[in-house]
Design a binder for this molecule. Structure first.
Ligand code: SF4
Ligand SMILES: [Zn+2]
Length: 358
C-alpha cells in the first residue's frame, strides 16, 4: 500500500491526534496491488429517481485517498486497497475499465443502465484520476443511462461534473457525508469537512445538471446505539432538505482491517449496529421526500451489522426489499425475540466515553 507519510499529510485540517493514530495503524499493512486490475467489480440492481436499473459497480484502484494517507477516517480500510507509490497512469486506469466491461459481458446478456464508479477516495480529484482519464471514461459509458461517481465535496465543481452531463448521462455525485452532524463527523469519523461544504457541493452539482447521492455511516465509534440511530434519523431529514440531494444511502459501519474501529472492537469498545437499528431508521424516515436505501455489508457476522444470528438474513432481506420499493410495511413482516434485547440496548447503552486518543 501507499505508506502514510508526512509529505501527504494534509496540514491544517485539524484532528492531528486521530490522524497520528490512524497513520500508525495503517502502516502495519504491507499489501500491494496490481495497477491494471480494479479493486472490485460487480453487477447488481439499484433504485434510482427513474426506476430500478441493472448496475455495474466499479471500485477503481487509484493512488488512494489523500486523506487516508494523512491518517484518515476511523472506520475506513480502503487505503489498504490502493497501489504502491500513490498514483496510477491513464493507460492502467483504462485497462481497469476494460476489465470491468469484460466482467459485465461475461456475466450478463444486457448492458447495465447504471454505472457506479468509486475509487477508495475521490474520482473527481485530478491527482487520483487525471482529467484525460475522467473524460475517456465519460465517453466509454456515454451510451448508458445513468452514472454515479464518488467524490469528497472539495473536488465537486461544475466543470468536472459537466464532463458526464455533457455526454448525455444522467449524472449523480456520491458524497461520503457520513452524518449531517458536524461534531460526529469530526470527532467520531475524523472527516474534515462540514455540512455546509456538502451543501455547497450539492449546489455546484446541480448547477452542472447533476444530482447528489449522500452516503451516511450508521454508528461510527464513540456513539451508543441510541445516539447512532438518532444521528441517522436527523441526518436523513437534513439531507432530504438539501436541493439536488435525491438519494441517501445509509450504511451501517463494519469493522475493517487496519482501522481505529478495529482496535476498539478488539478492546471491547465497539460493536457494529444492530440490523433492527437500520430498519428503525428506514421505517421512520420513509415519509421524507428522498429515496433512502441501505446495503448492510457483512450482515450477520460479528464484524458487520448483526442481530442475534437467527433473524439476520430475514431482516437483511426486508432491508433489500425496502431499498427497491420504499415501502415501510416490509418491516412489519419480520420479528424475532432479540428485538427485546435491542430495545434494552437502545435504552441502556451509554457511549464509549474514554479519551479519544492515547
Ligand atoms: S472514508 Fe473516504 S475520505 Fe475517509 S479515509 Fe476512506 S476513502 Fe478517504
Ligand atoms: Zn433475532
Amino acid at each position: 500500500m501507499s505508506k502514510p507519510s508526512p509529505e501527504v499529510y494534509e496540514e491544517g485540517k485539524g484532528m492531528d491526534a486521530h490522524n497520528s493514530v490512524m497513520r500508525d495503524i495503517r502502516s502495519r499493512n504491507d499489501s500491494t496491488y496490481d495497477p491494471r486490475e480494479p479493486t472490485r467489480v460487480w453487477l447488481d440492481e439499484d433504485n434510482t429517481p427513474d426506476g430500478v436499473y441493472q448496475s455495474l459497480t466499479i471500485i477503481l484502484n487509484t493512488g488512494g485517498c489523500r486523506w487516508a494517507r494523512a491518517g484518515g477516517c476511523t472506520m475506513c480500510g480502503y487505503v489498504a486497497e490502493s497501489v504502491e507509490g500513490g498514483s496510477v497512469a491513464h493507460e492502467d486506469l483504462m485497462a481497469q475499465i476494460q476489465h470491468c466491461l469484460d466482467h459485465e459481458s461475461e456475466n450478463s446478456d444486457e448492458q447495465s443502465g447504471l454505472i457506479k464508479i468509486y475509487t477508495s477516495g475521490s474520482f473527481l480529484d485530478e491527482r487520483e484520476v487525471p482529467a484525460e482519464t475522467r473524460q475517456a471514461i465519460a465517453e466509454t459509458f456515454a451510451d448508458r443511462e445513468r452514472i454515479v461517481v464518488e467524490s469528497l465535496p472539495d473536488f465537486i465543481d461544475e466543470e468536472t461534473v459537466g464532463d458526464f452531463v455533457d455526454v448525455g448521462l444522467e449524472t449523480d455525485v456520491a458524497v461520503g457525508l457520513e452524518t449531517a452532524t458536524d461534531r460526529v463527523r469530526h470527532d467520531c469519523v475524523n472527516k474534515y469537512f462540514d455540512f455546509a461544504d456538502f451543501e455547497a457541493a450539492s449546489e455546484a452539482a446541480q448547477a452542472a445538471g447533476a444530482g447528489v447521492k449522500a452516503y451516511l455511516l450508521m454508528k461510527p465509534p464513540f456513539l451508543s446505539e441510541a445516539e447512532a440511530v438518532e444521528d441517522m434519523k436527523r441526518s436523513v431529514r437534513r439531507c432530504a432538505a438539501v436541493d439536488g440531494c435525491h438519494t441517501v444511502s445509509m450504511n451501517p459501519c463494519n469493522v475493517q482491517r487496519y482501522t481505529m474501529v478495529e482496535e476498539l472492537y478488539h478492546d471491547g469498545g465497539y460493536r457494529p449496529p444492530w440490523l433492527w437499528s437500520v430498519a428503525d431508521v428506514l421505517e421512520s424516515t420513509a415519509d421524507e421526500d428522498v429515496i433512502v436505501v441501505s446495503d448492510p455489508v457483512g450482515h450477520g457476522s460479528d464484524r458487520g451489522p448483526h442481530n442475534c444470528g437467527e433473524c439476520d438474513d430475514k431482516v437483511q432481506r426486508a432491508i433489500k426489499d425496502f431499498d427497491l420499493r420504499q415501502d415501510p410495511s416490509v418491516f412489519e413482516q419480520v420479528s424475532c425475540e432479540c428485538e427485546a434485547t435491542w430495545d434494552a440496548v437502545i435504552e441502556r447503552e451509554r457511549s464509549y466515553s474514554l479519551p479519544l486518543a492515547r
